[in-house]
Design a protein around this ligand. Structure first.
Ligand SMILES: Cc1cc2nc3c(=O)[nH]c(=O)nc-3n(C[C@H](O)[C@H](O)[C@H](O)COP(=O)(O)O)c2cc1C
Length: 150
């Protein structure tokens, strides 16, 4: 399995950076080939075609998904590059899960109508370094990928 983690964060070395490192490490331990790329709203995402799974996420700042990821979905060729890809979503935020599900996740999902979303997870502050929660998310997406290959 070839996986790309597309992410955004305004904080270098912050909670999202640490989270994606853990996700990447766990995927690699399962035998996956993993790369990560920081989103730019005007980027060229044609390289995404080389991957089977796209893991995509960012923090919430001021009620919005971080701007370079949201901007990439709205302005670049990211959305078209995601066609026929398996997609796993994640968000990092300070809000309770219910609020995040209602307010934040739809900002991504409305741009992904028709796509195959195999896993989604909102990481609350206390879950960001909880290795069992991260493992559960990674296991869920690996299982969904394998199911798709059967
Ligand atoms: C300037 C700023 C604004 C934020 N606004 C929100 C918000 O509107 N809703 C929310 O749930 N969390 C909010 N948060 C919390 C972040 O989403 C959360 O701390 C996230 O893990 C930060 O990721 P980072 O360390 O990669 O920057 C905010 C954090 C910062 C620093």
């Amino acid at each position: 399995m070839r996986a790309i983690i597309l992410f955004d964060s305004k904080t270098s070395g912050g909670s999202t950076d640490k989270l994606i490192d853990s996700i990447g490490r766990k995927l690699a331990e399962s035998g996956a080939y993993v790369e990560k790329a920081k989103c730019k709203s005007t980027g060229d995402y044609s390289f995404v075609k080389d991957f089977d799974v796209v893991i995509m996420g960012a923090p919430i700042y001021y009620l919005m998904v971080s701007s370079e990821l949201l901007g990439a979905l709205l302005q670049s060729n990211l959305k078209s590059s995601l066609q026929n890809k398996k997609i796993a979503l994640f968000l990092t935020c300070g809000s309770p899960e219910l609020m995040a599900n209602l307010l934040y996740l739809p900002q991504l999902k409305l741009n992904l109508i028709g796509s195959t979303i195999i896993a989604e997870k909102i990481f609350a502050p206390d879950q960001l370094s909880d290795q069992s929660v991260i493992s559960h998310y990674v296991d869920e997406l690996i299982t969904a990928c394998k199911r798709g290959e059967e």
